[in-house]
Design a protein around this ligand. Structure first.
Ligand SMILES: N[C@@H](CCC(=O)N[C@@H](CS)C(=O)NCC(=O)O)C(=O)O
Length: 206
């Protein structure tokens, strides 16, 4: 039983969806503050107290204020008692989570986001976009090989933060018309995270 209420700040981006998705998958009740990025919402003093750098998502829980989507969902898995219990699984989950955050999110997808959708702020950079697209395909193939056939979860026998981090990147990639290699696509479809995710979104919107 979790005594203090969980507050989630932010909505509407791949990173914020990780947190809503984890809340839903772990069946954790929470209060949503639908702060939208780069809007006047970000000046809300309660939000700034939780996220002084004006970044979403953020979580507040009792005395704890937390930013960074991966750190937040790791906290939630611990809170729900669903974290990995072997050092081997934990190490593999961390390895591929860091890989996905750095090589797929930050170095490929976010470069495209900055120089396509947000080019008014960060500038046009067609060469950087082309390189980011190629980089995405090169790195997602590495994951595709690791994943192989017929795995319900990327690592271990239960949903982990890694499935949510990679799943959010797969949705993000598909939304900008990047193709997923076949093992990743099969995993993404089979895991039915999408189903949980959509239900989570519905619950969040209610
Ligand atoms: N590494 C952070 C990235 C957070 C982030 O950049 N969030 C974006 C929205 S997806 C944001 O708040 N942007 C506002 C800004 O950069 O001014 C995480 O995974 O939580």
């Amino acid at each position: 039983m979790i005594k203090e209420p969980l507050h989630v700040w932010g909505c509407g981006t791949a990173r914020t969806l990780r947190v809503h998705w984890a809340m839903f998958a772990l069946n954790l009740p929470y209060i949503s503050h639908p702060i939208v990025t780069r809007s006047a919402d970000m000046e809300d003093k309660n939000f700034l107290a939780v996220s002084p750098g004006k970044k979403i998502p953020a979580l507040s829980h009792g005395e704890l204020n937390l930013t960074e989507s991966a750190a937040i969902i790791e906290y939630l898995f611990h809170l729900a008692g669903k974290h990995s219990n072997t050092i081997e699984n934990m190490t593999e989950i961390n390895r591929w989570s860091y890989f996905t955050l750095m090589e797929i999110d930050a170095t490929a997808l976010y470069v495209l986001r900055r120089h396509q959708d947000l080019s008014a702020i960060y500038g046009e950079a067609p060469k950087a976009c082309e390189a980011a697209r190629n980089y995405f395909y090169r790195q997602i193939k590495v994951l595709d090989k690791f994943l192989g056939h017929q795995k319900p979860f990327v690592v271990g026998d239960q949903l982990s933060k890694l499935d949510i981090i990679l799943g959010s990147c797969c949705l993000w990639a598909q939304s900008i018309n990047l193709e997923l290699p076949c093992n990743v696509e099969r995993w993404f479809t089979n895991i039915q995270l999408l189903k949980s995710f959509e239900s989570g979104l519905r619950a969040n919107a209610e």
